[in-house]
Design a protein around this ligand. Structure first.
Ligand SMILES: [Zn+2]
Length: 307
């Protein structure tokens, strides 16, 4: 892959907004901004009406919204993490989409499902096909079989048509390789078995601070650079990257190390637009789907659960 501006590799982050408040995450973004990174921060556009399993700030809080809008003005992409932190009906999802547009000027280009929201699209067992879906259900003792219904047309949670019309890219599998593009060379890709999503992308494991720091070790960064690859980190910056008034020192060191490399540091949507302008939106074959799904199942077994 040849990167723009003579860059040797590409790097971005899609940050799920779980647990985030201005207080616990603004310093992380201030630091990334100063180092020259422009990544993607997701939001919940509307406040929920029920107690969340995992909560955090929403755009209904003026201070949180002002912060997210500042990030957007500074060149960060704002993505979506469903309408709010608990399950939404179609009407609530629609309201979330419209609130997003009112706040940020357009509908979200990139979205990631929030793990427990039942309107999540092609989520849980529906991420997998055939034998892989069966194995996944066995591993989870069928506990979440059929739970996620965003793509099921006769469900009150269905919003597949809204997704198709308004959202470009949805994150699916997260892998244990810093070079996300090597783990998922087809991205952004279209899956004809999951037609309400226009294009899927993958991520590199970093959902917890420890897995993030392991994934972006100096050695892995050097390999990403050497391979000329692309990394889309999956993370939650609200989970302990800034604690007791300071940034995690190892996080600081690793991001500084990365910032000195000749990388293309652009938000997720810019990176995916570039990949699709080079090679189009690839429609995956049966074999390619099997390859992606098996690899993710193995990764999931190794990690003992991730999203
Ligand atoms: Zn989440």
């Amino acid at each position: 892959m040849k990167w723009p501006e003579g860059k040797k590799f590409a790097f971005t982050i899609f940050d799920d907004t779980d647990f985030q408040t201005v207080e616990n995450t603004a310093p992380v973004y201030e630091f990334l901004y100063e180092l020259g990174f422009r990544t993607t921060k997701s939001v919940w556009p509307i406040k929920g009406s029920q107690k969340p399993l995992v909560g955090g700030g929403t755009c209904d809080d003026p201070e949180y919204l002002a912060w997210a809008q500042l990030l957007q003005r500074r060149g960060f992409e704002i993505g979506m993490h469903n309408a709010t932190y608990h399950t939404s009906t179609k009407e609530e999802t629609r309201r979330g989409m419209e609130a997003f547009k009112a706040h940020f000027g357009s509908y979200p280009k990139c979205l990631a499902n929030h793990y427990s929201n039942e309107e999540s699209i092609y989520w849980g067992n529906y991420r997998l096909t055939g034998a892989r879906e069966f194995i996944h259900n066995l591993l989870l003792h069928y506990k979440r079989d059929g739970l996620f219904r965003g793509h099921i047309e006769d469900s009150p949670l269905f919003w597949g048509d809204i997704c198709k019309e308004k959202v470009y890219y949805v994150r699916n599998f997260v892998y244990g390789d810093v070079n996300t593009l090597k783990a998922c060379p087809y991205m952004p890709y279209y899956d004809p078995l999951r037609p309400y999503v226009n294009a899927w992308f993958a991520g590199s494991e970093g959902g917890e601070i420890d897995s993030y720091l392991n994934m972006l070790s100096e050695k892995n960064q050097d390999r990403l650079e050497k391979e000329g690859g692309a990394c889309i980190m999956y993370t939650h910056f609200g989970k302990g990257f800034f604690r007791d008034g300071k940034l995690n020192p190892r996080f600081k060191k690793l991001m500084e190390w990365l910032s000195r490399k000749n990388g293309w540091f652009v938000p997720t949507d810019v990176l995916l637009d570039y990949l699709s302008s080079e090679s189009g939106i690839h429609e995956i074959t049966v074999q390619e789907r099997a390859h992606l799904e098996w690899k993710w199942l193995l990764h999931k077994l190794r990690m003992r659960g991730t999203s």
